[in-house]
Design a protein around this ligand. Structure first.
Ligand SMILES: [Zn+2]
Length: 88
């Protein structure tokens, strides 16, 4: 009986070691890559339907008047600020 118990203990130790190694390998391979995000500002003309997406600049906020419409020379207004994910 003692022999059997020792064998079981040995098997248990081997299983734990193998499980630990497998888990470590899976963690390395499964670790999600950090998504790269960029923040965009959506500009919309106050007069026509012109829409432009530009890189977010510090100080941008919804409702901010920013730039001029290339179509009708009217003012562009910030209508949205959002982050988009870039796929590698
Ligand atoms: Zn316009």
């Amino acid at each position: 009986m003692n022999f059997d118990q020792n064998t079981l203990v040995m098997i248990a130790i081997v299983v734990v070691i193998v499980a630990t190694v497998v888990k470590t390998l899976l963690d390395v391979y499964r670790r999600p890559k950090e998504p790269v995000t960029v923040v965009k500002t959506l500009l919309k003309c106050t007069k026509c339907d012109y829409i432009q997406e530009v890189d977010y600049q510090q100080g941008d906020f919804i409702g901010l008047l920013k730039g001029k419409c290339p179509k009708c020379s009217s003012t562009l207004k910030v209508r949205g600020i959002y982050a988009i994910e870039l796929k590698k």
